[in-house]
Structures are given as C-alpha cells and as structure tokens.
Design a protein around this ligand. Structure first.
Ligand SMILES: [Zn+2]
Length: 176
C-alpha cells in the first residue's frame, strides 16, 4: 500500500500504539489502514458418484480445472457467496450440504472455504469465467491439471471421506 484511500496522501508503515505489528498510517489524515486476509468461498457440486469441475477461462491458472469458487463479497455470508460463485461460473443450481474444508494460505493472505453441495439438475453451461464444465468420477479427475492446491486438497479429502463413509471438516494450509 502506498497511498491513503481516504485522502490520497502517502502512507508510512509504522508502529501503532497498543498494536502487535506495524500498520500503514496516512502521513496526512493519520488513518490507520488495516490489511486482513481475503476469503475465497466455493463449493464442490456432487451428482451421484461424480463431481462438477470447471476449466478456468481467466488467469491465474487459465486452462486448469478448478472447484468453482471466488472472493466473498461484502454483505453476504460464506454460504451465499459459495452458491453465487458456483452459479456465476457454471450456471448450475446447488444446495449446500455442509462445510468441507478451511484452508489457509498465509503467504498470500487468503483463506479458502469449500462446501460440499448437491447439484440440483444436470443443467450447467459455460460462462465467461469457464471454458469447459463437466462431471468427473474419481478415476477421471485430471490430477495434474488441477488449478490450485486448495482444490486438490478438497477433492482428495472428499474421495477419501466417501470411501470411509464419513463427513468432516478438514483444516489445511499451504506454504511454499
Ligand atoms: Zn489520509
């Protein structure tokens, strides 16, 4: 961060009273600009023994397969965000059946939250964000062409749990 979003003047990273870390503070209006992680919310739509993935039509990782999801918007819950993102990327309707994983990526300040969901109909279409959408059985998953470690984590844990006949929330984290 370089400039104050309130007044446009330069900001300086410095110590703030009673705070455990340095913050960007405006040289002019003295506003303290707190920066916090972004939440990426999404869902794995399930139809019988298959899961719905979409091929990314936009960077980053364009051309790779992904669990539908995206940045949460202000004014919505993570559940509403997951349903919205799945619809925006696949034009499919889902019903969430539970939280599946929470996955931190401290280095880029992101937290992923993925739900499991029932696909309501075999009704999905490509969108500006997805160049291809299809259902995969476990054997068909293109493991080498999955867009992000978070999506691979969600898929691996889902198929493991299904074999064991259990449902639980998985915590993950990625560092590199
Ligand atoms: Zn300012």
């Amino acid at each position: 961060m370089k400039f104050c979003s309130k007044c446009g003047h330069k900001v300086t990273l410095k110590a703030v009273e009673d705070d455990h870390r340095q913050r960007f503070v405006c040289d002019n209006c003295e506003t303290i600009h707190y920066q916090n992680p972004n939440i990426v919310t999404g869902a794995l739509p399930i139809w019988e023994d298959k899961v719905l993935l979409c091929k990314r039509g936009i960077p980053p990782r364009e051309g790779y397969w992904n669990v539908p999801g995206g940045y949460m918007e202000n004014g919505e819950s993570v559940e509403e965000g997951a349903i919205r993102e799945v619809y925006e990327e696949t034009l499919s309707k889902i019903v969430l059946t539970g939280l599946h994983m929470v996955y931190s990526i401290p280095r880029i300040n992101q937290v992923y939250m993925h739900f499991l969901a029932d696909l309501q109909a075999l009704d999905f279409q490509i969108t500006p964000e997805s160049t291809e959408i299809r259902l995969f059985t476990e054997e068909e998953i293109p493991w080498d062409d999955i867009a992000f470690p978070s999506s691979k984590f969600t898929l691996k844990r889902y198929f493991e749990d299904r074999k064991k006949g259990i449902r639980k929330v998985h915590l993950g984290r990625f560092d590199w």
